[in-house]
Design a protein around this ligand. Structure first.
Ligand code: HEM
Length: 418
């Protein structure tokens, strides 16, 4: 059936975003209606979803009619979005993620200044050490034992790294922050619980800032405070906390899923794993192929139309929001979402969208790439015979509107038969 795209509108969504549904299964259905489709998000909040690679690129590039600033979101400014709406806290935070133009450049420059590639590279030996310590903890697994690799490795690795970079070294505070972030992202808790978690998370970060003010260290929180105090008015206290929030959250939730998905891919493509272990393929390429196969962000929330604008045949009205279906767009080819994990075919991932595109392109991409390559190479060097502990069809996806990944990754680190 041919669909007249010009008749599509937010008044008649073609589908509802269902966090319980498979990311790619949902994308395949939405794409049948076109590259940009009207959908209903949780609580019947309406948005356009850009699902094709081309549409995602159009939205993410510096489009003159689109903004990242939620003050241009009609339904939000009219007070129609419930307070505990999933991700609202992040969407309306005063960080670079939600800023445009000069403001965006100001907020981003301050962080990139404290977060240079040289600083990240200098951290590589410490990343190796943290990885080694986590793998040492997994050593106790006996032949045949089942280990959840997400809980025991993929989750703690990026969390420990980002917390250490920002000087949040107290394990108790780290645990608290992790708990709050999990609740904030969960679709299985109430809006009130999500709000309480957001408050709890801010307390942990406010305490971190107060501690570093009193006793600065060589970490990135101290560097940010220095930028704030040095050039009065360039970064407000709220912007500082919101910036820490976005970096600490973005700095681990995404990488967890990149690690988990790539291990999943390698365990189900043993020929490619053998080539990696034999040195014929390299680990950074495996990371890219894994990001392409399953981009850690299912949907990117959001952009807002500054004026009525036509996008790939649909008219987006002023104030209407657009979600980018990143995981789908990253795979999309001529309206389908083929699943191909192929490290050898760099055309698949040379221009991928897993880290976004345009002015908001992920600031942490070099760190994510580095820690993923180190993590994966050390993991498989230590446990080269690792295998899935359940049939692939029994792996359970995360229930989330934003994240694309697995709920758990049960593996046998040392198969009994080896
Ligand atoms: C595999 C891991 C990661 C993925 C897939 C990922 C993905 C993304 C994407 C898609 C965006 C664009 C958001 C937008 O356009 O609105 C983004 C932005 C951002 N990411 Fe990442 N990210 C990852 C890791 C990290 C890490 C490790 C950090 C921090 C250390 C980080 C910090 C940020 C920040 C600060 C932004 C906002 C940039 C801006 O608005 O200018 N990310 N990320």
């Amino acid at each position: 059936m041919r669909i007249d795209r010009s008749t599509l509108s937010l008044d008649q969504p073609v589908s509802s975003l269902d966090p319980n549904r498979g990311t790619h299964e949902e994308a395949a259905e939405w794409l049948r209606h076109g590259p940009v489709v009207p959908v209903a998000l949780p609580d019947d909040v309406r948005a356009w979803a850009a699902m094709s690679a081309e549409a995602a690129q159009t939205v993410l590039d510096a489009h003159p009619d689109l903004s990242s600033d939620p003050r241009h979101w009609g339904a939000y400014t009219r007070g129609e979005i419930p307070a505990g709406w999933p991700l609202l806290n992040l969407i309306v935070g005063e960080s670079m993620l939600n800023a445009d133009g000069m403001d965006h450049r100001r907020l981003r420059r301050l962080v990139s200044h404290a977060f240079t590639p040289r600083r990240i590279d200098a951290f590589a030996p410490r990343i190796r050490e943290i990885t080694r310590e986590l793998l040492d903890d997994l050593e106790s697994a006996k032949p045949g034992d089942v280990t959840d690799l997400k809980e025991g490795f993929a989750y703690p690795l990026p969390l420990l790294i980002i917390c250490e970079l920002f000087g949040l070294t107290d394990p108790d505070q780290q645990r608290r922050l992790r708990g709050h972030f999990r609740t904030m992202l969960s679709v299985e808790v109430s809006g009130a619980e999500r709000q309480a978690a957001a408050v709890g998370q801010r307390k942990v970060l406010a305490r971190l800032v107060a501690d570093r003010r009193e006793a600065p260290l060589g970490d990135l929180t101290s560097a940010l405070i220095e930028a704030l105090d040095d050039e009065a008015g360039r970064l407000t206290e709220k912007e500082l906390i919101d910036t820490l929030e976005i970096i600490l959250l973005a700095g681990h939730e995404t990488t967890v899923n990149s690690l988990t998905s790539t291990v999943h891919a390698l365990l189900t493509h043993p020929d490619q794993l053998r080539a990696l272990l034999g040195g014929e393929l390299d680990w950074p390429a495996a990371v890219e192929a894994g990001l392409h196969w399953n981009a850690p962000l299912r949907n990117l929330f959001m952009r807002y139309a500054l004026r009525d604008t036509v996008l790939h045949g649909v008219t987006v009205r002023r104030g209407e929001p657009i979600v980018v279906g990143l995981a789908a767009a990253n795979r999309e080819q001529r309206g389908t979402v083929p699943a191909r994990f192929d490290i050898r075919d760099s055309r698949l991932y040379d221009r991928q969208l897993a880290f976004g595109a345009g002015p908001h392109f992920c600031l942490g991409a070099p760190l994510a790439r580095l820690e993923s390559a180190i993590g994966l190479s050390q993991l498989f060097a230590r446990f080269p015979a690792m295998r899935l502990a359940v049939p692939e069809s029994e792996l359970v996806p995360v229930i989330s509107t934003a994240i694309n990944g697995l709920d758990a990754l049960p593996v046998v680190l040392r198969p009994a038969s080896v």
